[in-house]
Ligand binder design. Structure first.
Ligand code: BES
Ligand code: MN
Ligand code: ZN
Length: 506
């Protein structure tokens, strides 16, 4: 879909549809007011008759509004004027996109950026609308014989801003929003693919494709033999029960002017299927464990987005591909593994495999002398119990990094909430036979998993995102969400800004 910004009055636009808001109860937004005046009270007459109240979720499509050049006017309910939140704004945009797409308007001019959303500027409103539009128009129908085509799909949206001064911010919002949406869409595609096709080798191939598409990216793939040489015994143990080889993709993005600038390292859990191994999972919803690679998918998506944006920073993205299956060669409960760090791990549950894969990749990350390391993983069912499906878990041993991620979350709307990482939880991981066990005593499962990882992150600043509840949706809208690509790109945009500001201050 194509996006544009423009500044002009609503009655002069020649478009398939003009989109304007109506507040509750039956109150016109400034643009709706303008249309009402020019059409001799056409809109206010409709409101008086009770055709639309202005509640969030309501829409009314009008044709041939007097003295208006556009074919249609779409009135969109915006709720109470003083209470418009970011979440409601998103709902309004969502409703708008679906209505336009289903009623034959292939292009539209959108005046909803004039709404006052608490604490948000024009840049935010336009960027959010771009991301929301692309998010809602996404379909995954690669395996459908009969694809449901929309007869006249929405192809172009023009955002109207009230002053010409805002055009630059609007254009930047479209650039950023479009790139983030591309990253989100790639992450969704990778995650929605079935696990018989999207195996670790497939993830590696997709990571390699980025290198072809962007000159700023070089991708290196480590196979099991290379991992063996590196003594990544914990990672390798998890893949042993599967016929599919494990592959670790290392996607190197160099955008910094100073090529020696320390990279930010992103590590994604890439379990292309997690059956639990010998500690086999129960059958209900096991198909959803194809989504256990959403961390890796989000890293690949984020790398694409930042390459699109040419951000002036260095980033290393790692996708830790692996499959956890029961089999004659599987690792077992009771096994003791020697991780790449040299620390030994007693396996008490082969279904706590994500941390076993990640710990070796975290050790490997030391060689980049990173500015910081962020891992992203569908790590614990406990995180869904704690935070549900709208908020990801954030844990960190470095307060400034945790704050930067919380801020990026607030800005992007890709929500996180910090959970504790206190040393009091460490005792839970004690093992009578090895340096640690791979599961803890009951309670605080999400924190305990993070505590396990923290034993491998002593050499750098580190944060962990548990996306078990947010990476995909169940039910009628089943599918990957592409989260936390928006959060990660926002964090990297902020990093890029601080570098630019620093340099221009010199
Ligand atoms: N991939 C799962 C976590 C998960 C489960 C994410 C359900 C999303 C939905 C992870 O590998 C796992 O199995 N974790 C176990 C850990 C436990 C054995 C300590 C869990 O959460 O039950
Ligand atoms: Mn598991
Ligand atoms: Zn898992």
């Amino acid at each position: 879909m194509e996006f544009n910004v423009k500044s002009g009055s609503p009655e002069k636009q020649r478009s398939a549809c003009v989109v304007v808001g109506v507040f509750e109860p039956r109150r016109l937004t400034p643009t709706a007011e303008q249309i009402d005046t020019i059409s001799n009270g056409y809109i206010s007459a409709l409101l008086r008759r009770g055709d639309i109240e202005g509640k969030v979720g309501q829409v009314l499509l009008l044709h041939h509004v007097p003295n208006i050049l556009s074919e249609r006017v779409l009135l969109v309910g915006c709720g109470k004027e003083r209470e418009l939140s970011a979440t409601q704004y998103k709902q309004i945009i969502q409703k708008t996109i679906h209505t336009l797409n289903e009623t034959g308007s292939m292009e539209a001019i959108n005046f909803l950026s004039e709404l006052h959303v608490k604490g948000r500027d024009t840049y935010w409103k336009i960027r959010d609308a771009v991301e929301t539009a692309q998010d809602n128009l996404y379909v995954f129908d690669k395996f459908k014989s009969n694809k449901q085509e929309t007869r006249r799909p929405l192809r172009k949206m023009v955002f109207n801003v009230s002053t010409r001064r805002e055009l630059t911010a609007g254009e930047m919002a479209i650039t950023h929003g479009t790139s983030i949406a591309k990253g989100v869409s790639l992450a969704k595609d990778l995650a929605n693919m079935p696990p018989n096709i999207a195996n670790p080798e497939y993830l590696a191939k997709q990571s390699k494709l980025l290198e072809k598409e962007y000159p700023s990216i070089k991708t290196q793939i480590l196979d099991e033999e290379s991992m063996q040489e590196l003594q990544m015994n914990s990672y390798l143990a998890v893949g042993r029960g599967s016929k599919n080889e494990s592959f670790l993709s290392i996607i190197n993005y160099e955008g910094a002017k100073d090529t020696n600038a320390k990279p930010i390292v992103l590590i994604g859990k890439g379990l292309t299927f997690d059956a639990g191994g010998i500690s086999l999972k129960p059958p209900a919803n096991m198909d959803e464990m194809k989504y256990d690679m959403c961390g890796a998918a989000s890293v690949i998506g984020t790398m694409k987005a930042i390459a699109e944006l040419n951000l002036p920073i260095n980033v290393v993205g790692m996708a830790a591909g692996c499959e956890n299956m029961p089999g004659g060669n599987s690792f077992r409960p009771g096994d003791i593994l020697t991780s790449m760090s040299g620390q030994t791990i007693e396996v008490l549950n082969t279904d706590a495999e994500g941390r076993l894969v990640l710990c070796d990749v975290l050790t490997y990350a030391e060689r980049f002398e990173p500015d910081c390391v962020i891992d992203i993983a569908t790590l614990t069912g406990a995180c869904i119990v704690a935070l549900g499906n709208h908020v990801s878990g954030l844990m960190s041993t470095h307060n400034p990094l945790a704050h930067e991620l919380s801020n990026a979350s607030e800005q992007s709307g890709d929500k996180v909430w910090r959970l504790p990482m206190d040393e009091v939880y460490m005792d839970k991981l004690k093992s009578p036979f090895a340096d640690m066990a791979n599961i803890g005593t009951p309670g605080a499962g999400t924190t305990v998993a993070a505590c396990f990882l923290s034993k491998f992150t002593k050499k750098y600043n580190w944060a962990h995102l548990d996306i078990a509840g947010t990476a995909w949706k169940q039910g009628a809208h089943k599918g990957a969400t592409g989260r936390p690509v928006p959060l990660l790109v926002q964090y990297l945009l902020n990093k890029s800004d601080s570098i630019n500001n620093h340099e221009s201050n010199k």
